[in-house]
Structure formats: C-alpha cells, structure tokens
Design a binder for this molecule. Structure first.
Ligand SMILES: Nc1ncnc2c1ncn2[C@@H]1O[C@H](COP(=O)(O)OP(=O)(O)OP(=O)(O)O)[C@@H](O)[C@H]1O
Ligand SMILES: [Mg+2]
Length: 381
C-alpha cells in the first residue's frame, strides 16, 4: 500500500530533521521514497547538505527530495484563474504590479504547494511520500479548508456558470468588463476537484498518517495538544506523536521522565508516543540522519500505520455534549477534573492528563464525570 506521512509541529521542534531521517530509513529498507517540503522556509537542502530543486531529485538510492517553489506551483495550478483575476483587477484600474499580487488569494500558495502531493500520489512513482509541512498553525488552517471548498463546488459554481451563459451576451453590449469564460470555470472546477481529491486522500487512514513532532517543553506541548484535538476533529489520522530532543544524560533523564514523559504518554494515550533522544551535535547529512532514523523507529518499518483508531470521541446526547477520553490504566481513585483556559486537566493520584478543548466544549461547564473501564466520560452542560 502506498503511503503519505505528513510531519507537523510547532516551529523549530524538528519536523524537517525527523522527516528526513524517516525518509532515509525508508530508502534503506528499499522503499521508493520522496521527501517533499511544502514549507516555504525550506531547509531540506540544509539537512541533506545537497542542493535541491522544485522538481523531485534523486539524492540517494531510492530517495528523492523536492523543495516546492511557491511561485512555480501557483503558476502550475492556479495560472489560468490568476490570469482572469488579473484582467478583472486591471479593468478596475488596479495597477499591473498590484494586480499580480492580488490575483493570488490568501491561502492559495500553500494549497498549490500541497497539490503536488496529489500529483505524486496519483502518478504512483513512490511507495512513500514524506511531507515536511509548515508549523501547526498554518497546517491546521490549510487542512480545515476542504469543507468550504466543497461548499463552493456544490452551491456556487454551477449557479454562477449558468448565470454567466445567460448574461454574457447582454453584458458584452453594455460593459467591457472581463467576464469569466467557460474555460475559467473549467479551470476552477479542476482546481476544486484536485483539492477535494487531495483531502480525501489525506483523510484516508489506510493511506495517510499525520505525525506530530513535539518537544518536552510546556509551550510546545500546549500547541501539540491543540493540533491533536483539531486534526482529529477534521478527520486526519494521527498515528504517532514524536517526542523529540529528550535529554539522555542520566541525571536529567530520570527527573525528565517523571516530569514530562509520563504525562505526555497519558495525554496522548492511546496514540503511541515515540521518544527521540537529543543528539549531541546538529543532525546533518545522510550518516547522522540514518542514526537518527534508527533512534526513532528501532527495528520497526517507518511506513507502518502505528495507530488507527479514534483517540477520543465527542458525542451529543439530548443537547448535551459528552467527551470520552481513554486512560492508560483503570483509575484507583476519583478523578479530579478541572479546567485552565482551554485545557482540561485530569488528575488521579499521581496520574495527570491534559486535553485541549475544542471551541464547542470550552464554552460549556462540566456537569459530571463517570468512569467505566479505562474510559472517562465527561458530561458538559
Ligand atoms: N534529536 C535531535 N538532536 C539534536 N538536534 C536536533 C534534533 N532534532 C532536531 N535537531 C536540531 O534542531 C534544529 C531545528 O530542527 P528542524 O529544522 O528540523 O526543525 P523544524 O521543526 O523543521 O523547524 P522549522 O519550524 O523552522 O521548519 C536543527 O538545528 C536540528 O539539527
Ligand atoms: Mg523545517
């Protein structure tokens, strides 16, 4: 089965490094692998210490790498529509230079970069596509887009097109305003179709996995929790949390485990958490990446689907919301549940777990909580 594995996480946590290490490991296992960076601030070439281009380039047996160029991608996927918008803006008296800028809608650059994944996946040249994506905030915004796209496809496009057919001849007589032609609509439909197809593929848990990279630091973890909640709500399968830069020197590692690692494992249970040591030197070049790859996955194949299930559920029962969370063990005492900002904090003796509440729940009061087996059910008013 061909796979797409998308790495995301807060800025600077190690997304590029871990995606590269994963790709090197896969290539050594004989899988045809592409590692592609969709983050406009590229650094794949720095990590591999090899010059890369906007088209995939073989850099090692079985391993291709690509740094997507935003302008090139926009031209490729948005070009025809950009032309139309430009002519429309010019007609309204907008200057050439500015119309060039404005004809790229917000988010379009990122979307176009993402569409490469579609193309590579459809062509089927690679067994595994590793995506080094932008920091979580941007990735979340991008991944929540398809719902609005499908809304446009269903409702606005067909109507507009019919209307245009009807009014174009009359409009021609009274205005020289550039009107969208059938081919503009074709291009728009094609684009929407591709975006739709891409998200469909990214939401198929048998094909795509998201791996969130994080560090054992408070601020980073908070953003990880948030991404974890929302990515799941948007329907993406998170198959692992990669806890990067865990200190290994003996003194700090013991207290670190107590302080962070256990809480992190509780927090993301049942999603597996991979602990990755802090290396002494910066991770650069194939040799270091190979070592890091082993440190992440051990003997496991990095293209495995490490987890595929619902890590939590939010259901509605007679107008009330119930949040179902899985605990790592059957609790021996009554849980203490409280809220701090959007964070739900669950404490049972020494056990502690965090959960980032999505907006619908953050506004509500906690009414009661019950436990059955390892499942905690929290009722909101
Ligand atoms: N396990 C590790 N041991 C030692 N150094 C690491 C480790 N993981 C990452 N680094 C170093 O941390 C720095 C940041 O890593 P990287 O560039 O991969 O992060 P990023 O999440 O891609 O950042 P950005 O958000 O800027 O794209 C790099 O200098 C990298 O070499
Ligand atoms: Mg990076």
């Amino acid at each position: 089965m061909r796979r797409i594995i998308l790495f995301t996480g807060k800025g600077g946590v190690g997304k590029t490094t871990l995606s590269s290490a994963t790709a090197v490991y896969l290539a050594e296992l004989g899988k045809k692998t592409l590692v592609v960076s969709v983050d406009p601030a590229h650094s794949l070439s720095d990590v591999f210490e090899i010059e890369l281009s906007p088209e995939p380039r073989e850099i090692y047996p079985n391993l291709h790498a690509q740094e997507i160029d935003v302008y090139y991608s926009v031209e490729k996927f948005w070009g025809k529509l950009q032309e139309y918008l430009k002519s429309l803006l010019k007609w309204q008296g907008v200057e050439e230079v500015l119309s060039e800028e404005l004809a790229i809608l917000p988010g379009m650059e990122e979307v176009c970069s993402f569409l490469w994944i579609n193309q590579h996946f459809s062509e089927g040249k690679f067994d595994v596509i590793i995506v080094d994506s932008a920091p979580t905030g941007e990735t979340l915004r991008l991944l929540s887009l398809p719902d609005s796209a499908s809304w446009w496809i269903k409702r606005v496009l067909p109507l507009q097109r019919k209307l245009m057919k009807f009014i174009r001849p009359a409009a021609r007589m009274i205005t020289d305003m550039p009107l969208p032609e059938d081919e503009t609509y074709d291009a728009l439909e094609e684009l929407f179709y591709q975006v739709y197809h891409l998200y469909y593929t990214l939401q198929d848990p048998k094909i795509s996995s998201v791996r969130i990279v994080t560090n054992p630091e408070k601020m980073v973890l908070r953003e990880t929790e948030k991404a974890y909640t929302y990515l799941h709500l948007f329907g993406f399968n998170i198959d692992a949390i990669l806890l990067n830069r865990v200190p290994t020197d003996r003194d700090s590692s013991e207290s670190f485990r107590e302080k962070y690692v256990e809480i992190i494992k509780n927090t993301f249970h049942p999603t597996p958490v991979f602990e990755i040591p802090q290396f002494k030197e910066e991770v650069l070049g194939i040799e270091s990446l190979r070592k890091l790859g082993r440190a992440i996955y051990g003997d496991r194949d990095p293209s495995e689907i490490f987890f595929q299930d619902s890590p939590f559920d939010i259901i509605e029962e007679n107008g009330h919301y119930v949040l179902k969370l899985y605990l790592r063990e059957i609790p021996e005492a009554e849980p203490e549940i409280y809220r701090k900002d959007e964070d739900l904090i669950i404490k049972i003796k020494n056990f502690k777990k965090f959960f980032y509440l999505p907006r619908v729940l953050a506004k509500r009061e906690i009414a009661k909580a019950t436990i059955s087996n390892n499942q905690l059910q929290i009722y909101f008013s």
